[in-house]
Design a protein around this ligand. Structure first.
Ligand code: PLP
Length: 446
């Protein structure tokens, strides 16, 4: 059986391997709209768009056609030493066009992790080039998720993603506080005061390390895998003032937030972020093929360009970076976003989604409900008033998600018993009704 093949031959990412051998996989064989189907024919609503990816659902025919056409025309070519597939250059232009002003070039990779690793290398290259070779430290935040490669994995601030690996401790990767007001706000501290404190803690860290040694800060507009943590009011304005003061670059990791998820095209626009670089993936191709991009400002590009001329080459690139087939699919995705006005579509449906989500705030097991656009989370709590978390050994979040699965709904549990919702951007009211009625059935069993 497929299940036996999986438990015998497959080493699973982000899975308890021992338990998995006993329990076996959920084998998914087919997708249609916001739904996927198991090998037994059971139907599931994908409440997390796969892994925050499948914005256009699971069977958009235009993407199939775009991939097939590209496979027939030019199935592979690369971008090293000045060559380029036509669609790769087309996509670069389109991304510069669709991203906020001030991001003027696209460098292609295959995953979010690679794009973030590449961004770190560019910070180092750039600061070497402008005569500031000590300015190499990178700041991320607790509960951040930036990927799993050694550098991006070191920036990730979640224990479950680091335990057991003994990643090389680097004095070049630092962490500042997580701006989760519900969990870390002090008694009587307003949201605004909390944001101010977050900015002061960042400034203290930069001063303690020496501003001349700090190169960049990475931030997801909304911390996704950390539990869909929305920034408190005014947070990014205050953070950016600190970064500007000490000449520290800001890199927006828009791997989840990018392409309409938050109700604007980018999370940076929702939260007034003016990044020097931006990383993109996931919804850029609706997840249909692996592709990511690092967007950079012209100012940064000009410095890198001059330095590459001195050195003879910009010595970085991935064989499959800018691969023509995912580029053709991403181009078609962007065309669909434009033609269907995906941002308007999100804004039309998101009040309904957020209203439905908000009703759970009164539930005795729920500590906080939060969200914006078509992303949200419910944080479970053992005691509403004191916000006491459940004992982690109870696995309340994971338990709820498992019950959802039994009722035909796929969601994802995050640390701290948060359950994340991130339905496809094409979700209609009837899809959301089905999603929430299945969630109700699962929650009732808790
Ligand atoms: N950045 C963010 C915000 C993510 O959520 C993820 C993956 O979930 C990544 C980076 C890593 O992307 P990948 O898994 O494609 O390497």
């Amino acid at each position: 059986s497929i299940s036996a093949k999986d438990t015998t031959y497959h080493l699973h990412p982000y899975t308890n391997l021992k338990a998995h051998e006993e329990q076996g996989p959920l084998v998914i064989t087919r997708g249609e709209g916001v739904r996927v189907f198991g090998e037994d024919g059971k139907e599931y609503i994908e409440g997390l768009s796969g892994l925050w990816c499948a914005s256009l659902g699971f069977n958009e025919p235009r993407l199939v056609k775009a991939a097939q056409k590209q496979m027939e025309t030019l199935p592979f070519y690369h971008s090293f030493t000045g060559k380029v597939p036509d669609v790769t250059a087309e996509l670069a232009e389109k991304l510069v066009d669709v991203t906020p002003d001030g991001l003027d070039r696209a460098l292609f990779c295959n995953s979010g992790s690679e794009a973030n690793d590449t961004a770190i290398k560019l910070v180092w290259y750039y600061n070497n080039a402008r005569g500031k070779p000590e300015k190499k430290k990178i700041i991320s935040r607790e509960k951040a998720y930036h990927g799993v490669t050694i550098a991006a994995g070191s920036m990730t601030g979640l224990a479950y993603a680091q335990n057991g690996f003994d990643l090389p401790a680097s004095e070049r990767i630092l962490q500042t506080s997580c701006p989760h007001y519900y969990r870390y706000g002090l008694d009587g501290e307003s949201e605004e005061a909390f944001a101010t404190r977050m900015a002061s803690e960042l400034e203290e860290l930069i001063l303690a390390e020496g501003p001349e040694t700090v190169g960049a800060m990475f931030a997801e507009p909304i911390q996704g895998a950390g539990g869909v943590i929305l920034p408190p009011m005014g947070y990014f304005e205050k953070i950016q003032a600190v970064l500007k003061k000490y000449d520290v670059l800001l890199i927006a990791d828009e791997v989840i937030c990018g392409f309409g998820r938050t109700g604007k095209m980018f999370g940076s626009q929702t939260y007034n972020i003016k990044p020097d670089m931006m990383t993109l993936a996931k919804q850029m191709s609706s997840g249909y093929l692996p592709i990511s991009a690092l967007m950079v400002s012209d100012g940064l590009y000009q410095v890198v360009k001059e330095r590459s001329n001195e050195l003879g080459v910009f010595g970085h690139g991935l064989t499959y970076g800018g691969h023509p087939v995912p580029c053709a699919v991403a181009l078609e995705v962007l065309k669909i976003y434009e033609e269907r006005d995906i941002v308007a579509q999100v804004n039309a449906i998101s009040p309904y989604f957020q209203d439905r989500l908000a009703t759970y705030a009164d539930h005795p097991l729920v500590g906080e409900v939060r969200g914006t656009g078509l992303i949200g989370a419910i944080e479970l709590s053992a005691d509403k008033a004191s916000k006491t978390p459940f004992d982690p050994s109870l696995g309340m979040g994971a338990g709820l998600v498992k019950k959802c699965e039994n009722h035909g709904l796929i969601l994802r549990a995050m640390p701290g018993d948060c359950v994340a919702f991130c339905p496809p951007l094409i979700s209609e009211q009837t899809d959301l009704d089905a999603l929430f009625s299945r969630f109700d059935a699962a929650l009732a069993e808790m």
